[in-house]
Design a binder for this molecule. Structure first.
Ligand code: WT7
Length: 656
């Protein structure tokens, strides 16, 4: 394959001149340095970008591969690196966070103020008995408190696990139970798009579901001040406790491999996995990629629109920008409230220079701008912007072009960053002062990342041929293990198919025959990407069949969707005769609500189709590829000769 899009976008000259990585020759030199001596390269950067309490003497220990260790005899503290260090460099009065609430209210905190809040919160955690290595689940809205909570855990060596506010009580319980958390940090309520979500009540429900007996306390922040159920002595109001604490807190110096956080993500089978990241290597890549991919400079105003419940919000809100002493915007709300011009208004108001968002948001804002001219980006002054970023899913060339022209005024490079929860930070991405862009391609690996496209046997494929995306060498911010399940870590990411040597990303990719640029062709496992959120089909299937009263059997596949990238399509066999018409619609609505309760609203199937059965082979295996065609509304061209019950396909094609 070669790129079908023939447009080329060269980096603007003034940007190239002043960029941290300036020009293709500089990029090539970094790639060559990393290639010739990976340990020398990563060691050099780890000394430049991270302050160590005790310097490391060893860069990589691969003696227990694939359980790699980086900088493992060094000690450091992530919160020291993100806060104290900046203040020591004279940035105490610099704005760290510009927080804009759902209703538009703006709060600013400086680095000195942020440090004080982190220290008080860290002391509050300590006063509740939280110690190094303990797990703390954070179920907080997008807020300064959310970032403070993460940094406070890092300060005392507690391992945080942030759970996205959109997850249900059941999903929250599963994560609390799996981590063995001793404390949950939450707020009375969350407000997004004018709607209130009762976070504290959801925490109560989660804990009541059982299996969370190690939780001693729930620390509750105030967001709305609404009355919420409160169980003393388990529940504690955060403001009273935190404000009473000393304003300083000596950082806990941890080994580089000490886990910084666990973050749950969906795999192709089984329950969500707790991806474990290590302090030293992760922090290095967070800072490094923030500087090189976003070319962050002291005067920049960075805005990453992700939620701290996802890895993007970890690396590019809670850690990366702070490690560089940058100023960033943190936003509580949603892009469409009070109207779909909110992002553009905020860029204008806060003079945002580097803006990082997801294709799904762009696609929905294109639609909105086409329908309502007053929310079109051209109605706003976006001249502060200099770099745009995209993350979470492939950005289709039409959305790319609109983003480039209408938002970036044709002058801002778009960095289409490919990476994953497991990779900790950017893996394949343009650099704004280096890369000639091709819409729809994430271009070339970040220097030091040895991405490749291989066949099923691990043989590297020539450019132009599609295959499996792997990473051939370890890198500092890679996943260390799956919490509590090292076996699953090995089999998921370092499978024997590649002799356990290569990291398997789970995506397909192809390199352009001429430029070697990568294009991601989508997941090669049963993982869906809905609005940039990763969902396991098996997870949704288990949620559906857990509705034992109604559901006999369920199969979930993805289909293409114009706005959300992929949409969830569920095929369901009920324990009663196949419903049609009004009844089918009613049951479908019930099942959607059921899934929202089991997992969260993001997992609600868009389509639900009912059948008397599912298409199966004679040995009883569900034929998913047929279901994918049905979901897509395509004519069935595949061989159906092995199908036990071909008539079922027509039935499943009917929409309810
Ligand atoms: C999966 C990882 C990366 C942080 C947010 C999502 C897809 C991610 C891109 C991109 C094409 C992308 C992949 C990947 N993905 N970025 N720029 N182009 N696909 O993290 O939830 O761990 O999901 O998102 O399929 O495997 P995640």
């Amino acid at each position: 394959m070669t790129h079908t899009d023939t447009r080329r976008y060269l980096p603007p000259e003034d940007l190239v001149r002043n960029a941290h990585v300036s020009g293709r020759a500089a990029y090539d030199a970094l790639v060559a340095e990393a290639e010739a001596d990976p340990q020398g390269y990563w060691g050099r950067l780890a000394r430049e970008f991270v302050s160590w309490k005790k310097p490391f003497t060893r860069v990589l220990d691969d003696s227990e591969a694939p359980f790699f260790k980086w900088f493992d005899d060094g000690t450091l503290n992530a919160s020291y690196n993100c806060l104290d260090r900046n203040i020591e460099r004279g940035l105490g009065r610099k704005t760290a966070i510009i927080f804009e609430a759902d209703d538009g209210r703006v709060t600013r905190v400086t680095y000195a103020e942020l440090l004080e809040r982190v220290c008080r919160t860290a002391n509050a955690l300590k006063s509740l008995g939280v110690a190094k290595g303990d797990r703390v689940v954070i179920y907080l809205p997008m807020s300064i408190e959310g970032v403070v909570a993460m940094q406070a855990c890092a300060r005392i060596g507690a391992i945080h696990s942030v759970v996205f506010g959109g997850f249900s009580a059941q999903a929250l319980r599963d994560r609390i139970a799996d981590t063995g958390a001793v404390l949950v940090m939450t707020a009375d309520q969350q407000v997004r798009g004018g709607k209130v979500l009762p976070l504290k009540t959801i925490v109560d429900e989660a804990l009541a579901l059982g299996g969370c007996e190690r939780v001693r306390h729930v620390l509750v922040a105030r967001r709305t001040g609404a009355p919420v159920p409160f169980q003393a002595p388990r529940d504690i109001w955060a403001p009273a406790l935190v404000d009473a604490q000393p304003a300083t807190c000596e950082p806990e110096w941890v080994e580089a491999e000490h886990p910084l956080f666990l973050l749950y993500t969906s795999g192709s089978t089984g329950k969500p996995k707790g991806v474990q990241h290590a302090t030293g290597g992760y922090l290095l890549h967070a800072a490094l990629t923030c500087q090189w991919t976003f070319d962050l400079k002291p005067e920049d105003v960075f805005w990453c629109t992700a939620d701290i419940g996802w890895v993007t919000g970890h690396t590019y809100i809670a850690y990366g920008p702070l490690a560089l002493g940058a100023t960033q915007v943190v936003f509580e709300g949603v892009p469409t409230y009070p109207d779909a011009g909110r992002f553009w208004k905020m860029i204008e108001d806060h003079l945002v220079t580097v803006f990082y968002t997801a294709p799904t948001a762009i696609r929905s804002l294109i639609k909105a701008a086409e329908a309502t001219p007053s929310v079109h980006p051209r109605r706003y002054d976006l001249s502060s912007l200099r770099i745009l970023g995209s993350v979470g899913e492939p950005i289709n060339p039409a959305a790319w072009t609109w983003y480039h022209e209408q938002v970036g005024g044709g002058r801002c490079p778009i960095v289409d960053t490919f990476w994953q929860t497991e990779t900790g930070g950017h893996m394949i991405t343009p650099l704004p002062g280096v890369t000639e862009l091709v819409p729809g391609s994430c271009t070339l690996p970040f220097p030091g990342i040895s991405a490749a496209v291989v066949d099923e046997t691990g043989q590297e494929l020539p450019w132009g041929q599609g295959g499996i995306l792997v990473v051939k060498k370890p890198w500092p911010s890679m996943i260390r293990t799956i919490w509590g399940d090292p076996g699953r870590f090995k089999s998921s990411y370092f499978p024997e198919d590649f002799k356990g040597r290569y990291y398997l990303a789970g995506d397909g990719a192809v390199r352009d025959a001429r430029t070697g640029y990568f294009t991601i062709t989508g997941r090669i496992d049963d993982v869906l990407n809905v609005s940039g959120h990763r969902m396991g089909t098996m997870e949704i299937e288990s949620a559906l069949v857990a509705c034992t009263e109604l559901v006999a059997e369920a199969a979930v596949v993805g289909r293409a969707d114009e706005t959300t990238g992929e949409a969830i399509c569920a095929f369901v066999v009920l324990k009663r005769p196949r419903p049609t018409g009004e009844e089918a619609r009613k049951i479908a609505a019930e099942l959607r609500e059921w899934v929202a309760r089991e997992i969260g609203p993001i997992a609600k199937p868009k389509d639900i189709r009912f059948g008397d059965n599912l298409p199966k082979t004679r040995s009883g295996k569900i034929m998913r590829r047929l279901l994918r065609s049905v979901a897509q509304g395509e004519a069935i061209t595949q061989d159906t000769s092995t199908l036990e019950n071909p008539a079922i396909l027509a039935q499943l094609a009917e929409r309810s």
